[in-house]
Design a protein around this ligand. Structure first.
Ligand code: AMP
Length: 273
């Protein structure tokens, strides 16, 4: 249905440009910034909401994923998003669909992929279905999920798509906490306190530019986070922004990626040096 509608739009106006923002819903201003970016740059903006089971390793995490659809629709209307794509499971994965194993040159096994086996294969399967249906000119992704942006670029290269990818900066709460659908599961006080993650990352960046070696930068940040009551670092690494390989010395471009467990919630964040 959506495909037919978009084909009709393209037939009527061959120059029409389509921007695509894939999400899992529970929309917040972070998603909003991607949608606003697409609206500014493209003629038509499509936001999808689909909680993709194949990218969840943990069934409880999938079951607990928030689904405030009425609120999401209100947010999309408020932003004047053109199209909401809200497919059901069979629309994305027809009964004869076979999950594809993409050769992502190991990018899917590193860092977040090591903590969540199969996660990025699930992401690539759902995105490749969406790209087939929508054929967007440009897709918009958040820097918040940094590894995902690298994996998506690899997927596009593999599939030889002409589609563009735009990475939008991390939208943060006023205290610096990266916006996330999971933040609503933090206590009121916890949500305020969780600013320490951004403090750790900005301090790490300052330390790096002050000449501290990367190993010490990471060790100091980890120590600072672990010293916060109820917080523990799952990982904090400095990697090359393109290869995601760990770096110990200054290379072209480095990003520090971290996952912090706080109040039993996995909070992701990163900073580009
Ligand atoms: P999700 O619904 O969590 O799958 O996220 C959908 C898209 O929104 C992904 O490209 C995310 O990286 C992006 N996103 C989520 N949170 C933020 C944020 N705080 N700032 C910018 N983009 C974000």
């Amino acid at each position: 249905m959506l495909k037919q509608h978009l084909n009709a739009l393209r037939k009527a106006n061959p120059n029409v440009t389509i921007g695509f923002v894939p999400t899992m819903g529970a929309l917040h201003e972070g998603h909003g910034s991607l949608i606003e970016c697409s609206i500014k740059e493209q003629n038509i903006t499509i936001c999808s909401i689909f909680v993709n089971p194949t990218q969840f390793g943990d069934i409880a995490d999938l079951a607990n994923y928030p689904k405030p659809i009425a609120q999401d629709i209100a947010l999309l209307i408020g932003l004047s998003c053109d199209i909401l794509f809200l497919p059901d499971y069979e629309q994305v994965y027809p009964p004869d669909y076979l999950q594809i194993e993409f050769n992502l040159s190991g990018l899917d096994h590193k860092i977040e992929g090591a903590s969540r086996p199969g996660h990025f294969q699930g992401v690539c399967n759902v995105l490749s279905r969406f790209f087939e249906i929508i054929e967007p000119n440009v897709s918009y992704f958040g820097q918040k999920d940094f590894q995902q942006t690298v994996v998506v670029k690899k997927l596009i290269e593999l599939q030889r798509r002409t589609m563009g990818v735009k990475v939008v900066p991390i939208k943060r709460e006023p205290n610096g906490l990266a916006m996330s659908s999971r933040n609503i599961r933090l206590s009121t006080q916890g949500r305020k306190n969780a600013a320490f993650i951004f403090t750790a990352l900005t301090t790490a960046k300052d330390d790096f530019y002050a000449g501290m070696n990367l190993e010490s930068v990471l060790a100091k940040a980890q120590q600072f986070i672990n010293a916060q009551k109820g917080a523990s670092v799952e990982y904090i690494v400095a990697v090359d922004t393109k290869t995601l390989s760990k770096v110990t010395k200054a290379t072209n471009e480095i990003v520090i990626l971290t996952v912090v467990i706080y109040e039993d919630i996995r909070l992701l964040d990163n900073i580009i040096l």
